[in-house]
Design a protein around this ligand. Structure first.
Ligand SMILES: NC(=O)c1ccc[n+]([C@@H]2O[C@H](COP(=O)([O-])OP(=O)(O)OC[C@H]3O[C@@H](n4cnc5c(N)ncnc54)[C@H](OP(=O)(O)O)[C@@H]3O)[C@@H](O)[C@H]2O)c1
Length: 297
C-alpha cells in the first residue's frame, strides 16, 4: 500500500467508480467526498474513507477531508441542472471551493475533469462553465493536470444506455444530425487520470482525450445495432426541429431526456487528435465495438 492519500470528488458516479477501482488496484489510499455518505457502504467496505460535503457549499465540506491529502481528483460535474444545482454553481463555484481548500491545505496536485469542447467562446453553458473552472485552476498556482474527454462509454454510462433503452422499446431510432464524437472507454479514462498523479510531465498541462474512432451519432447507433445483432430504422432529425421539444422537456421535467444545452453540444464536432497524450502517456485504447461486445454480450 502506498503511503500517500488520493482524495476523489464524484467517486460514486459513473466515471468516479472506475477511477476509484483503478486507484485501489494501484494500491493508493483513497478518500471520497460525497453528498450522501449513507449511500456509500460498498465503498467503505473496500477500505475507502468517506467524508461528507456538497462542493457548491463550502461550509458543508468536512475540512478534515483535506488533512494529509497529497492529491485531489476532482470529477464532480453535471449535464442537467436540478433546482439550485446549476452549471455555474457546480462547475465553477464548486471547483473554486475545492481549489481554494486544496491550496490552503497543501495538496501537491489537483487532477481536474473537464470536457472536450471546453473553450472561452463555447456556445453551451456546460462548456463555458467548465472553462471558467479550468481558468480558475490554471490561474490559482496550484500544481494541476486537466483532462478533457469526449463522450465516455462503459457499462453504466448515460449516453449509450439511453440508446440501448430506445432500441429495446422501438423499431424506429431518432438520430439528431450533428457533429462527430470520439467515444472513449471509461477504463481508459481512469488509466490517464491515475498516471497523471505521479507523472511530472503532465504538470500544468491540459489534455484532450478521445477513443479510436470519430463517429457521428448515426454511426455510433449502427455499431450498437451490430453488437446487439438487431435491426432498426434510423430516422435522421435536423437538430433545429428538436429545439422546441428540448425547451419543453427542460421547462417541465425534473430529469429531461434532452436539454437545449445538450442539443447545442450535439451540433458540434467533439473530437481531438490525442497528439500530446501520445508523447506523454503509455496507453492502448479499447475500441467502441470491442468494449460494447465485452459488456453487452
Ligand atoms: N460521462 C461522460 O460522457 C463525460 C464526458 C466528458 C466529461 N465528463 C465529466 O466527467 C465527470 C463525471 O461524469 P459522470 O458521467 O461520472 O457523472 P455522474 O455519474 O453524474 O457522477 C457525478 C458525481 O458527482 C456527484 N455530485 C454531483 N453534484 C455534487 C455536489 N454538489 N457535491 C458533491 N458531489 C456531487 C454525484 O453524486 P450524488 O450522488 O450526490 O449526485 C456523482 O457521484 C463530470 O465532471 C463530467 O462533466 C463526463
Amino acid at each position: 500500500m502506498k503511503e500517500e492519500i488520493v482524495g476523489v470528488t464524484g467517486g460514486m458516479g459513473f466515471v468516479g467508480r472506475s477511477i476509484v477501482k483503478k486507484l485501489l488496484e494501484d494500491k493508493w489510499k483513497v478518500r471520497c467526498l460525497v453528498r450522501k455518505p449513507e449511500g456509500s457502504e460498498d465503498l467503505k467496505k473496500q477500505g475507502i474513507e468517506i467524508y461528507k460535503g456538497d462542493i457548491t457549499n463550502k461550509s458543508s465540506i468536512d475540512e478534515s477531508f483535506f488533512q494529509d491529502l497529497s492529491y485531489l481528483i476532482h470529477l464532480v460535474g453535471i449535464i442537467k441542472e436540478v433546482e439550485t444545482q446549476t452549471l455555474e454553481r457546480v462547475h465553477f463555484q464548486g471547483t473554486k471551493n475545492l481549489v481554494d481548500l486544496a491550496k490552503n491545505s497543501g495538496v501537491k496536485k489537483f487532477i481536474h475533469m473537464s470536457a472536450l469542447g471546453t473553450r472561452p467562446d463555447a456556445r453551451s453553458r456546460y462548456h463555458s462553465t467548465k472553462w471558467m473552472a479550468e481558468e480558475y485552476l490554471r490561474k490559482n498556482g496550484l500544481n494541476h493536470t486537466i483532462f478533457r474527454p469526449s463522450i465516455i462509454f462503459g457499462p453504466d454510462d448515460e449516453f449509450i444506455n439511453t440508446f440501448i433503452r430506445i432500441i429495446k422499446l422501438s423499431p424506429f431510432i431518432p438520430v439528431i444530425k450533428g457533429g462527430k464524437l470520439q467515444p472513449i472507454y471509461v477504463g481508459d479514462v481512469a488509466h490517464f487520470f491515475v498516471q497523471a498523479l505521479t507523472n511530472q510531465k503532465t504538470d500544468g498541462k491540459t489534455f484532450e482525450l478521445g477513443g479510436t474512432k470519430k463517429l457521428t451519432l448515426g454511426e455510433i447507433i449502427k455499431v450498437l445495432l451490430k453488437v446487439l445483432n438487431v435491426e432498426r430504422v434510423l430516422i435522421p432529425i435536423p437538430s433545429f426541429l428538436m429545439y422546441p421539444p428540448a425547451y419543453l422537456f427542460q421547462t417541465v421535467l425534473r430529469n429531461p431526456p434532452l436539454t437545449l444545452d445538450q442539443l447545442i453540444m450535439l451540433e458540434e464536432d467533439n473530437v481531438c487528435d490525442m497528439k500530446e497524450v501520445q508523447d506523454i502517456f503509455s496507453f492502448s485504447l479499447l475500441p467502441l465495438e470491442e468494449g460494447l461486445k465485452q459488456y453487452l454480450s
